[in-house]
Design a binder for this molecule. Sequence first.
Ligand code: FPP
Length: 239
Amino acid sequence: MAEEYRIPQHVAIIMDGNGRWAKKRMMPRTYGHSQGSKTVEKICEDAHRMGIKYLTVYAFSTENWSRPESEVTTLMNLLREYMKDCIKTSSKNNMRVRVIGDISRLDADLQESITKLEEASKNNTGLNFQVALNYGGRDELLRAAKKLAGDYKAGVLSDEALQQLTEAQFEEYLDTKGIPAPDLLIRTSGEVRLSNYMLWQLAYAEFYFTDVLWPDFDKKELQKAIDYYNKRDRRFGGV
Ligand code: FPP
């Protein structure tokens, strides 16, 4: 009997190659980011139509602050615009938006837009869309450890509870609390590395790498990644 075609419940994406895409067109890198931002919107719609329930994109890493100031400003402005526009589109598309990462370092108005959008979209039942913003996997784990230590110190966690702490309980301290782990990771632009992305959560994900640059990534490419996912035999450490 033919095996059933599986749609991954959660897809995580490292959107890479915006700069190279722009350079190929003799345009500034920032043009690549604005095209990349359009691709994000299209992919959200495609993912939802395909039956994907969770999508998480790496928009700005804890290391991206070291890029030239003008590029950081452009990225922040794109994200600012996105969070504002998304109040409308998320309600139209029934999409729930959440940000993972340490938003405390972002400008106050951007933090405010994020909180507003998360609040406004929290009861939407369509695609769960996570934007990783000022996100780093190590930073997330470190912040989780600090929160846990704080709870221990405050007596919220007893000695015994700490001794018996399970992985599921630790996950409550991560930014992805309540969000299932990704089944499939996609990285565009031919780079084959994790770049500090969702280190805990990607432990059992399938990895798909493509040479396509992020602004060129479309529904057909997403379908290819899911076809690849279907050829994998996921055993989660079993036989
Ligand atoms: C990597 O390309 C891309 C980024 C660091 C930023 C991703 C951001 C966006 C697509 C826009 C905003 C996002 C949302 C959610 C609206 P790169 O600059 O490293 O490309 P390169 O490797 O070719 O230089």
